[in-house]
Design a protein around this ligand. Sequence first.
Ligand SMILES: Nc1ncnc2c1ncn2[C@@H]1O[C@H](COP(=O)(O)OP(=O)(O)OP(=O)(O)O)[C@@H](O)[C@H]1O
Ligand SMILES: [Mg+2]
Length: 396
Amino acid sequence: MAARRRSSPPAPAGELKELRLRLAEAEEALRAIRNGEVDAVVVASEEGDRVFTLQGAERAYRMLIESMNEGALILTPKKTILYANQCFAKMVRCPLEQVMGSSLRRFLSAEDRTTLRPLLLRADKSGTKALALLIAGDGSRLPVQISMRPQGGNGFNGATVAMVVTDMTESRRTEELLRALTHRLVQVQEDERERVAFELHDNITQLICAVVFRSQALLDALPAHDGPSRKKALQLRDMLGAIADEVARISHNLGPSLLDHVGLVAVLRDARTEFADRTGVSVKLTCMHFAARLPEDAELAIYRILQEALRNVEKHANARRVTVSLRQRGAFVQLVINDDGIGFDQDDAPARRIDKGGLGLLSMRERANFVGGTLKIKSVRRAGTEIEALIPIKTR
Ligand SMILES: Nc1ncnc2c1ncn2[C@@H]1O[C@H](COP(=O)(O)OP(=O)(O)OP(=O)(O)O)[C@@H](O)[C@H]1O
Ligand SMILES: [Mg+2]
């Protein structure tokens, strides 16, 4: 379709019919341009008709952009919306003709305007991405990801910026669901650990202790001259003693009761020694002294994060040295676990890690979040892994 426009002065006053006709023609031309149905615009002037064509490829791109399920924008250097597709207009619940020509600021909160400003200035050739909340015409808010990339000079004083705006509502919902599931998982795991610790302590340990006493009684009853039998009975008693110790260790590690009895620092020291003795990996622990006990749930979170991190070191890292530090950082307790092992690729999405069966990193993060803290993981292949948990201090 070719749309016709005149640049010459309007027809004489009174020719209302002619004016209405032209207005309708102009509106139709605008509609067609927006929908990508126009491939040429004819402007009539005193020098004759001039044809402006939308080249084939450009028209195809416009159709593509109009049909995509993401918002697309072109901004002038002053961030005025030069072009927006229908999808963006729907996102901000505003008629397209009101979106075009508006400033992008109109659809952003004051906070997002401040965050996006330097990003827009810095967006280099490779582009940049940011999360933001779009404020729609009716005041509703939409979580989005904005990808921006500057375009070469388009006749404006400076480069225009192309933006793709992706609706993140679904992705947020999935994240929230995943978080709720992990949270539940951590709770179930804690309950189950407590139950097993209780069973081990109250039933298995008691039984083993009874057998140790019996084996001691058997040893005492054997005649002093029966050397070989006494040696076997002695071995049996020692083995049973070792089993009792091992069961007690497992039961301690499982249940949080040890924390209550001896406190966080002693439990961390215990975990360090037990880990180093069992695996042969050297562990350096630096703990600062806290004037008061941290809340129960914060202590438990720190202890479980350390256990999970050490389990990962043992299972995956092939490390020689581990350093653990616990110190105060302003209003937070900072736990850092560093290993010099093989590291891993952090770009593996959480869903992919779950696919592979891994829940440890997720549950560490959940434990930190649950007590109002955060967890950072830094890992580089062949250069080791660092886990940092920051837990807010609210002393008991
Ligand atoms: N310290 C580490 N060194 C090297 N790789 C690690 C380390 N910690 C984690 N990883 C890698 O990250 C993946 C995910 O760890 P995560 O603890 O979530 O799961 P997992 O240990 O495989 O299983 P789970 O903890 O549920 O028993 C691991 O499979 C491993 O590849
Ligand atoms: Mg793990």
